[in-house]
Design a protein around this ligand. Structure first.
Ligand SMILES: C[S@@+](CC[C@H](N)C(=O)[O-])C[C@H]1O[C@@H](n2cnc3c(N)ncnc32)[C@H](O)[C@@H]1O
Ligand code: SF4
Length: 399
């Protein structure tokens, strides 16, 4: 039976050090709602920029009052479409966060941008606001596919935005969506090769997921949208791994690929179960205090968040202390997405009891023998084949 090692407590992560501390800022507005997307995004005719800037800065201040001058490794503006934010708002949040916290010398400041030509025209101002990394939602390099995905840009426009980002920012990434209806591995490999000619250190390739409540969900239910079957999806996933690894961008997470040292720090804080403040509508955060891990969640609707943030300071709706079991589950759910896997010592420290009481040793042995998981050097990791099947693995593993 696979022994679950008994090891000392600790917070080490692959590559050493702590998982880090970051600030996540959610900007909830988009020009249009894409038919596949269930992110907290809303189409509003008018956004009161100054009011939003004041509320986001105030939320940053309130949390800084609470937790004190921590070292700050990352700021991430996610959405929604943060490239629609007024650059002055972005600058105000960065200024306040870097004043109230202690910026790491290599502080990563990422902003998600849509690659329409109008938004690309704002990239210079976004850089001037202090952002040093952008992540562009290219999604596809085929105009029919972009129309199908309801995008407001062409492939040429998106690639022009990527090339501009490459000139303006030391680090950038872009997102692609695959496993679209009718897509073949050969077609997808050619699309990836084309993408690679414009990529640098980081690329995200997400498998199209039908999310409940989206327009695609409705179309799929009525038979108007037929998705690739499991086998076709697995072939496309494998093709992604092969093409990107061969180009020097192996997966460090199920959908995220990077050259060594180029992984997104915000992503790593999140998947290594580090600590981050979440501000803006629907944002989640995680803080640790006196050995306890606290989950925060903000009011989801933009109007409600803004009003609450103006009244109470943060817009926080709930604050929950995670139980040891919830912490173990979270470490596994997040950490097994990463190629580096999870530190077993940390799992055990968080569980507060022998791991065999939390994880099923017989299931672990079977999953290792069958090639879905690996266990060695004090780390539990999913193999490339296991990573897309994490839900099934976790269901088998957790007692
Ligand atoms: C917060 S979203 C989008 C950021 C930006 N608004 C955009 O659209 O470019 C981050 C990424 O998630 C991916 N995504 C969103 N919904 C998805 C879905 N249902 N299936 C696969 N990927 C999805 C897209 O690639 C998207 O760029
Ligand atoms: S994919 Fe991006 S632009 Fe489209 S609705 Fe979602 S957040 Fe908005």
């Amino acid at each position: 039976m696979a022994a679950i090692p008994q090891v000392a407590q600790g917070h080490a992560v692959a590559g050493g050090g702590s998982p880090g501390f970051g600030l996540y800022v959610h900007w909830p507005f988009c020009l249009a709602k894409c038919p596949y997307c269930d992110f907290n995004s809303h189409v509003e005719a008018e956004v009161e920029d100054r009011r939003w800037a004041r509320a986001l800065v105030r939320a940053t201040d309130r949390y800084a009052d609470e937790i004190g001058p921590r070292r700050l490794d990352s700021i991430f503006f996610g959405g929604g479409t943060p490239s629609l934010m007024a650059p002055a708002t972005v600058a105000a949040v960065i200024e306040r966060a870097t004043t109230r916290f202690v910026p790491a010398p290599d502080l990563e400041i990422t902003l998600e941008a849509n690659p329409t030509s109008t938004e690309a025209a704002r990239l210079g101002d976004i850089r001037a606001a202090g952002v040093n990394r952008v992540s562009l939602g290219v999604q596809a390099l085929d105009d029919d596919a972009l129309r199908f995905l309801g995008r407001e840009h062409t492939a040429a426009e998106a690639l022009a935005a990527v090339d501009l980002a490459a000139r303006l920012f030391a680090r950038f990434s872009f997102d692609l969506i695959y496993a679209r209806p009718g897509q073949t591995p050969a077609g997808w490999a050619a699309e990836l090769e084309r993408a690679l000619r414009h990529a640098d250190g980081h690329l995200s390739a997400y498998q199209l997921t039908i999310e409940p409540g989206t327009r695609f969900d409705l179309l799929a239910r009525t038979g108007a949208l037929s998705m690739p079957d499991d086998e076709a999806q697995a072939d496309l996933y494998e093709c992604t791994q092969e093409v990107l690894a061969a180009a020097g961008l192996p997966a460090y997470e199920i959908s995220n690929h990077a050259r060594p040292g180029e992984a997104c720090r915000h992503n790593l804080i999140y998947w290594r179960s580090g600590e981050w403040l979440g501000i803006g509508p629907g944002a989640h955060g995680r803080l640790e205090r006196e050995g306890l891990r606290i989950a925060t969640e903000a009011w989801r609707l933009p109007r409600v968040w803004l009003e609450r943030a103006e009244q109470s300071g943060t817009g926080e709706r709930t604050r929950t202390i995670l139980s040891p079991l919830e912490r173990v589950e979270e470490l596994l759910v997040m950490g097994l997405r990463l190629g580096e896997g999870v530190d077993v010592a940390r799992l055990q420290a968080v569980a507060g009891r022998p791991l065999a009481q939390v994880l099923d040793p017989a299931a672990l042995e079977r999953l290792v023998a069958d090639g879905w998981l690996t266990m060695g050097d004090g780390r539990l990791a999913a193999t490339a084949a296991g990573r897309p099947r994490l839900n099934a693995l976790l269901a088998a593993l957790l007692r």
